[in-house]
Design a binder for this molecule. Structure first.
Ligand code: F6R
Length: 611
């Protein structure tokens, strides 16, 4: 959620820190700050409420130069988004800390530290960390030893970067529940909460593991694991083009990411399809043997990824004949669950760092599931590393806070899982699989056709500019697509949107329908179409305005109060993937019309690494 950047070098690193913050700003963006060990030999900081641009402006007025520094962009948890709560936090004038995560025992530590004479200048949980390290430093006389002693007393989640004017030869890091990566340079080294922040300076990375503490010097990196033993962590060379985090010709990252869907879906499929079959080994060498034993599937995820899981339930039960349950991770993790024998535990996550999903996976390990499988976009994430099997979605970095290409690639990965499970369990007819494999190969082309609806959807968006509430309707596997459409609209345009299975309309929500409540419907040409048409009549009879995304062969046309947008034809099983595209475009254009901050909507953050 928040972003951390740090650097130790022979050159002035102010610009590196600011550029890193800009690249992380999509994660949290209510305040930003940096602290440098300046060339004058003292620690100085600049902090500002608001976006990184405010910090940049302040640095133009008050330039700072130094060769050791830490920086942070914040998404407030404890304490309002203000300058006094912005990181870095100081203890005295010689010690600075930035922190991602939440310290659960901050109140108790605060009282103890106050008793020791420390005065608090912010409302954050982070400030206890810096004073605690300072207290340990006074006792132990060495910053690394002080950090080790301090984190032993912290409960909760943290990714920490620490510098001290007393030992300016090192940048320290500690990870527990919040990711950190070291960027390796030549005669200089870097730290960040996401490698994306450091792609400007290096392509070699070392990922810290849970409980690791690192001492990063200009020419050396020392790491200790949770038990305090010195360890080596593997160096990973990152290959993808550094331009991936660029908006290119697009006005917003979200629009760019929507338009990337044909090519990223192609990447999700790459190397995973044989002539007529899904390659089960794509899930890992032991997948074939494990999948043959699966009798149930439990899917756990949050937000958009949860909606992908909801679609997959329809596929898994219908095509693979396997019972499937889907639950949001924040509920699952605190529930006493009854696990059916031979249940595959599946997590879905773009980031692979979502706190609730990770906690659910960790709890699940004690419950006796057959195995865990992560469907994830980030190869180096905690979720991937801690799961038995994984299938990467390969969507590339997603910067827009509203998830788009991550969702469609998750759906593709889940269709691959459905086919792989169906076959290995002997439930899927070979011809049906071959047909679906053929259609999956055509999917990037169909997605390109759906994107050609761009201008039409932009016009339809005008119907929403003055509205405050919207209903989204779908049936079958299109119900979760409607849920995802409603989530997109509310998060970036701030219009209240709710999704219902169309058949539920007359059990309550119909009471809300009037001329001020547009009703958006997804209507592919399937066996539920006639029932859906009756639901649409119910809306029209109450004066509700209908916006229907329909198959050209569905027999639905424009009429009074009914706006029909034709979606290219695709087989029913893949329709949830295709119908998602016009709904993404709709939210995007409504948000543009309303003038909201599309890529960084208010109150939200990418990658929710706190509970
Ligand atoms: C909505 C959105 C969120 C995420 C959710 C889970 O557009 O992006 O609802 O889907 O926070 O995040 P991941 O997939 O990273 O676990």
């Amino acid at each position: 959620m928040c972003g951390i950047v740090g650097a130790i070098a022979e050159r002035n690193i102010t610009a590196v820190l600011v550029e890193g913050l800009k690249r992380l700003e999509y994660r949290g963006y209510d305040s930003a700050g940096l602290a440098l060990f300046t060339n004058a030999g003292i620690l100085e900081r600049v902090r500002r409420a608001g976006k990184v641009a405010e910090l940049e402006r302040a640095l133009q007025e008050q330039p700072l130069a130094g060769r050791l520094g830490i920086a942070h962009t914040r998404w407030a948890t404890h304490g309002a988004p203000s300058e006094r709560n912005a990181h870095p936090h100081f203890s005295g004038t010689e010690l600075a800390v930035v922190h991602n995560g939440i310290i659960e025992n901050h109140e108790e530590l605060r009282q103890r530290l106050k008793g020791l004479g420390y005065a608090f200048a912010s409302d954050t949980d982070t400030e206890v960390i810096v004073h605690l390290i300072d207290h340990k430093l006074k006792e132990l006389g060495d910053l690394t030893a002080a950090l080790k002693a301090a984190v032993a007393e912290l409960h909760g989640a943290y990714g920490l970067a620490v510098i001290s004017a007393r030992q300016p030869d090192r940048l320290l890091a500690a990870r527990s529940g919040s990711p950190l990566v070291i960027g390796l340079g030549h005669g200089e080294n870097f730290l960040a909460s996401d490698q994306l922040a450091l792609r400007q300076v290096t392509d070699r990375f070392m990922y810290l593991e849970e409980g690791d503490i690192a001492e990063i010097r200009r020419d050396q990196v020392l790491i200790w694991d949770q038990a305090g033993n010195p360890v080596q962590r593997e160096t990973v060379q990152y290959h993808e083009g550094a331009e991936a985090a660029d908006k290119g010709e697009y006005r917003h990252f979200m629009l760019k990411e929507i338009h990337e869907q044909p090519s990223v879906v192609q990447r999700t499929l790459e190397g995973r399809l044989g002539q007529q079959q899904v390659l089960v080994d794509a899930f890992g060498p032991q997948a074939a043997e494990l999948f043959a034993r699966v009798r149930n599937v439990q899917i756990v995820a949050c937000g958009t990824s949860y909606h992908a899981g909801m679609v997959a339930r329809y596929w898994l039960e219908e095509l693979a004949g396997v019972p499937c349950q889907v639950e949001v991770a924040s509920e699952f993790r605190y529930r006493k669950v009854v696990v059916q024998p031979d249940t595959l535990f599946v997590t879905i996550s773009q980031s692979g760092e979502t706190a609730d999903t990770l906690a659910a996976l960790r709890n699940a390990k004690a419950f006796g599931y057959l195995a865990s499988l992560a469907i994830c976009n980030v190869a180096t994430s905690s979720l991937v590393r801690e799961s038995d099997l994984c299938l990467l979605t390969n969507a590339g970095p997603e910067i827009g806070v509203a998830s788009t290409k991550a969702f469609t690639t998750q759906l593709v990965a889940l269709m691959l899982l459905t086919l792989a499970l169906g076959r290995t369990r002997g439930c899927l007819n070979a011809d049906v699989e071959a047909g679906l494999v053929r259609e999956l190969r055509r999917l990037p082309t169909h997605l390109g056709e759906a994107l050609a609806m761009d201008r039409t959807v932009e016009k339809v968006a005008e119907l929403f500019a003055e509205k405050h509430h919207t209903l989204f309707l779908g049936r079958g596997a299109q119900y979760p697509v409607a849920m995802e459409g409603a989530l997109k609209l509310k998060e970036i345009s701030y219009i209240h949107a709710e999704a219902y299975p169309a058949g539920e309309l007359k059990h309550g929500p119909l009471a809300l329908v009037d001329a001020d409540m547009p009703v958006v419907t997804v209507a592919p040409n399937n066996e539920l179409l006639e029932k859906l048409k009756s639901n649409l009549q119910e809306v029209r009879a109450r004066g509700g305005e209908l916006i229907v995304f329909a198959d050209a062969q569905a027999g639905l046309d424009n009429g009074e109060g009914t706006h029909v947008v034709h979606v290219p034809h695709v087989i029913d099983a893949l329709a949830p993937i295709l119908y998602t595209v016009p709904l993404q475009l709709l939210s995007y254009y409504v948000a543009v019309l309303k003038g909201t901050d599309v890529d960084q909507p208010r109150n939200l953050a990418k990658s929710v690494t706190v509970e």
